[in-house]
Each structure stands twice: as C-alpha cells, then as structure tokens.
Design a protein around this ligand. Sequence first.
Ligand code: S3P
Length: 437
Amino acid sequence: MEQVETKEIRPLRHGVKGRLHIPGDKSISHRSVMFSALGSTPVHITNFLHAADCLSTVACMRALGATVEELGATELVVTGNGLHGLREPACVLDAGNSGTTLRLLLGLLAPQPFLATFTGDASLSRRPMGRVVKPLSAMGAKIVGRAQNTLLPLTVLAPDGKLHGMRYESPVASAQVKSALLLAGMFADGATTVVEPVTSRDHTERMLEAFGVVTEKDGTAVTIRPVAEVQAPAAIEVPGDISSAAYWLVLASLVPGSQIVLENVGVNETRTGILDVLAAMGADIVRTNERVSGGEAAADLVVTAAKLHGTTFGKDIMPRLIDEIPVIAVAALFAEGDTVIMGAGELRVKETDRLQAIADTFSALAPGSVEAGADSLVIHGGTQLQRAAVPSYDDHRMAMSLAILGAAGAGVIIERPDCVRISYPEFYDTLAGFGGE
Ligand code: S3P
C-alpha cells in the first residue's frame, strides 16, 4: 500500500507573539511577471512570491520568450520583447496547480499569431475553463480542448486576424475571467467591456495602469481599449498576501494571550472581506503604518486575541474573501453561536470542492459542527473538538486552514501536507516557530 505522507500539528500551549513578514501576494506576483513580459524594458520585481504557482507563471513566460533573471528567491528582473514580442513556445505550457496562470494566459495568448498548448496537474485538469474559453471564442479566439473545449489539455490556435472587442456580462464574479478578457482586449479591434455580478479583485486594472494602460470603471463594468504598446515601470514592489496573512489573523484571534504584528499586508479593498467578517465576529485587528506601494494599499496588521461570536454573510462580500472561506470557517468553529455563509458556490470549483472538504474534515474534527448546502455552510461554534487524521485534498488552503484548526484546538494530522508549497512554502516553519508542531 502507498505510504501517505502526514504532518502532525499539536495544540498550542501559549499565545502567539512577535512580528511576521508575510510572503508576497500571489495574484500580484503572477501579474507582475506576465505584464512585465509585454514591455521592452527591464522590470525589477521585489517581494515576489517564490512559491509553486508563481513559478509556473515564470516558466510559461520564459517559454513565451521573456527573460526572467532571478536575483534572489523573491527578487526578479523580467524583460519582454514588446507588446507583440511573445513567441510560439517550443514546449507544452504547464500551469501546474495554478488557475490564475492558465486563465490569464488563455486570454493573453488568444490574440497571438501562434499556437500554444496548456497542461496542468490533476486538480487544474478538473477545473472549468469554459468560463474563459466561451467569451474568448465569442471574440474570435480559436481554443480547442477536452470536453467541448472546457477542460485541459487546451490548445490556443492563431485567430483569423484580430479578435473583436465585445461587451460581456459574466455570470460569475471572477478576477481570472475578467483579467483574461481584458488582456485579450488589449489586442482586439475595439473596446472590450466585462460586466460582473459583483466586483472581483482589481489587481489587473491597477497594474495595467502602472504599465500606462487605462481601463475605465463604471459600477461593476470595466472597459479596455486596444493599445499599441505598454510602458513598463522600472520596479514593482509586491505587498504581502492577505490570503496568507489570513491564517495568522485567525490563529492569533483564537489563541488566548496572542498578539502579533503582520507586516506589509496588501489591504486593497477588493481583498479585505476577511477583515470585515472577523471584525463583525468581534476580532481585535488594527491597521497601522498604512501606505500605498505600486498602486496597491498596504498596512501592518496588529492582531490581539479576542472572544469571537458567529456572523452571517453572503454573495455580495464573497469575491472579497473567496480564498479565505476555509480559514473563516475555522474561526467560526471556535466562535460563540452559529455562522451562516451563503452564496459560496464558487468554492466547489477551487483547487478542490472546498465546501465538501470543509464539511468532511470538520465532521471528523468536530462531529456535528457543520451543515453544507449546495452553496452554503452553517457552522455551529463551540462544538467539541477531537484530534483526527484528515486529508488536505492536495489543496494548499485546506491544509493551512486545518493546521490552524489543530493548533488552536485539539491537534490534527494532515495527510499530504506538502501542497502548502503552492502559495506559502514556509507556512509550517512559521507555525512551528509559534510552538504549533
Ligand atoms: C485570483 C482570482 C480568484 C482567486 C484566485 C486568484 C486571481 O479566482 O480565487 O486564488 O489572481 O485573479 P476567481 O477569479 O476564479 O474567483
């Protein structure tokens, strides 16, 4: 029988203290490399997230002709060959586990006069790509693949001439869909507008502006017009990832006696839903040292342990905390009373079906604590906890959320724990530094 790797997390015996450097934002790191590859002058990127997902993007951009020099693990210099300087890759492009790499590059490559084929890991090969292939095809892109062009492997062929700008009403609030269409729209024959049901993260729009590309915002609609070239900035400083800070926001809130400072966390308002929800639950989180860096807001977050209570939230806030639901569910498990999460159907198509994964692992670690619906979760706070072995589902955010649950609760054994390398390779070391191992 195959030996499954495991990681044991022990309950913390004392509060967490100190200052933490938070690794670079994953979404912004991806975009920094992709967009720099469209310029013609070197871009010095600092605090780049040196983790598997972003390294998938680096490998793809190299294969497409960009020069990526690694000055250090988190410091890159990326030089492109101009907006029309991407070249046909000689190999299959491997997006690994990364939905952002795949969906944004489908949009970027759809208008190019060459062929590119994408592959990815088992998880990415199950995730829906029709949500970008369909609108890109309506613009004139030629993308073919498995399951009527909706699943990996996918091949992007040269289109017949330019793509056509269009107005697209997206059924999902997704920054990956929006970004794919905006990138394709830069090369189209007219304006491209994406309308979302609720505004998703706007890192693409902000970073494009730093490259001299204007997008126009009108409510939940964003419009881009064709551009002739981009002006790459000399430098991009990536702020810390609030999605990585989230684990420590919850751990320090839950473990009595804790007080930590999370340094240089990106607090772009399209990403701060977790701060709003934790505040509504009674958490004590204070922003200090607020600043703007590379068009993105950042701050230090001071977290002090507090007594949490249940809350209710739904689809309007969902895009602002979509990746934080597993760890918010952990906070809810320790809160007083019930927490009701609605409008969370998108969780079913993340790296794993996260609604099912939360329901199954919470049932093992706190029997009777959770009820999952088609797009909802009800979590009964204060349910008796027990130590158990649970799978990570090879999903980095499930593994880290379960580790926080175990550290704040009765301990946990995580099967296949290494998936944290996708977004936060040093996560377990940091937790061990707090005494959680
Ligand atoms: C991301 C957008 C979100 C998020 C993902 C990163 C991005 O996905 O879940 O982790 O960088 O644009 P969706 O756009 O599919 O919601």
